[in-house]
Design a protein around this ligand. Structure first.
Ligand code: NAD
Ligand code: RM4
Length: 253
C-alpha cells in the first residue's frame, strides 16, 4: 500500500499507460482522478475498476492543450477527493509523420498537447500543492525519445525532451515546498499511440529484437515505476529520470 490515503491525479488516464498507472495507484491505496479527452467509455471503465477496488474515482473531460482545462481538472479533482498529493502528467499524442512535409498544424498540435499541456497541468497541480502546504510528488511521462531521435517523430521527440527538462527545472522551483518532480522515460510500449506504426510486423520484430529483456513493453510495466516515484519510498528523489525500456537505450553495440 505505497500510496495509502494519497489523492492521485493523472492526465490521459483513460487508456494505455495512464490507465495502468491509475489502476495501480488505486491498488496501492490511493483515490484517483483521471483527465481524458473525449474518451468517456474508456474513462468510465477506469472509474468503475477503481471503485470496485474500494477507492474513490472521478473522471474529468478536457483537452490538456487548453490552459483552462488544467485549473478545471485540478480544482474539480481536489473538490471531489479533498486535495491533491500526487500528479502524473501523462497525456500525449504522436501522429507519426515524415519530416520534410510535416504539416504546420500537426507540429503545432503536438507541441500544444505534449509540452504546453504538461506545463499548464503541472503548474496548476503545483499551485494546489503549495496552497495545501504538505508537499507532494509530480511524475511526468516523458520518453526514451527525450534521449534518441525518431525519423517520423521530429515534432514529437522535442516535446518529450521538453517534458524531461520541465521536471528538472520544476524540481528546483518546487523543492522548497517539499514537492518532488521526476520523469519516467518509457521505451516502446504497446498502446493505441503506436498501433498503426507497429502494425508492420517487420518493424515490430526489429524493435523487439533490440530489447535486452526480449519484448516490447506493456502499459503495466510503467505502473510500478510511476507509483514508486510518487511514493514516500522515493522521498529523496527529485529531478531524476527513470528509463523503463527493457534495456533498449543501452543496447548500441
Ligand atoms: P494512448 O494513446 O494509449 O493514451 C493516451 C491518453 O491520453 C488517452 O487517455 C487519451 O484520452 C489522452 N489524451 C490524448 N490527447 C489528449 C488531450 N489533448 N487532452 C487530454 N487527454 C488526452 O497513449 P500512451 O502510449 O498510453 O501514451 C501516454 C503517454 O506516454 C504519452 O505522453 C506518450 O508520449 C508517452 N509514451 C508512450 C510510449 C509508448 O510507446 N506507448 C513511449 C514513451 C512515452
Ligand atoms: C515513444 C517511443 C515509442 C513510440 C511512442 C509513440 O516515445 O518513441 O517507440 O512508439 O513514443
Amino acid at each position: 500500500m505505497l500510496l495509502e490515503g494519497k489523492r492521485v491525479l493523472i492526465t490521459g488516464g483513460s487508456r494505455g499507460i495512464g490507465r495502468a498507472a491509475a489502476i495501480e495507484a488505486a491498488r496501492q491505496g490511493a483515490d484517483v482522478a483521471i483527465n481524458h479527452f473525449d474518451d468517456h467509455v474508456h474513462a468510465d471503465s477506469v472509474v468503475a475498476t477503481i471503485r470496485d477496488l474500494g477507492r474513490q474515482a472521478v473522471a474529468v473531460e478536457g483537452d490538456v492543450a487548453a490552459p483552462a482545462s488544467a485549473t478545471a481538472f485540478v480544482t474539480g479533482a481536489a473538490e471531489a477527493l479533498g486535495g491533491v498529493d500526487v500528479f502524473v502528467s501523462n497525456a500525449g499524442i504522436c501522429p507519426f509523420h515524415a519530416f520534410l512535409d510535416m504539416p504546420a498544424e500537426m507540429l503545432e498540435r503536438t507541441l500544444r498537447v505534449n509540452l504546453h499541456g504538461a506545463f499548464y497541468m503541472v503548474q496548476a497541480a503545483a499551485n494546489q500543492m503549495v496552497r495545501q502546504g504538505n508537499g507532494g510528488a509530480i511524475v511526468a511521462v516523458s520518453s526514451i525519445s527525450a534521449l534518441v531521435g525518431g525519423e517520423y517523430q521530429t515534432h514529437y521527440t522535442p516535446t518529450k525532451a521538453g517534458v524531461h527538462s520541465l521536471m528538472q527545472s520544476a524540481a528546483i522551483a518546487l523543492g522548497r515546498h517539499g514537492i518532488r518532480c521526476n520523469s519516467v522515460l518509457p521505451g516502446t510500449i504497446l498502446t493505441d499511440i503506436n498501433k498503426d506504426d507497429l502494425s508492420d510486423p517487420d518493424k515490430r520484430e526489429r524493435m523487439a529484437s533490440r530489447i535486452p529483456l526480449g519484448r516490447l513493453g506493456e502499459p503495466e510495466d510503467l505502473a510500478g515505476p510511476i507509483v514508486f516515484l510518487a511514493s514516500d519510498l522515493a522521498r529523496y528523489v527529485t529531478g531524476a529520470a527513470l528509463l523503463v525500456d527493457g534495456g533498449a537505450f543501452v543496447n548500441l553495440q
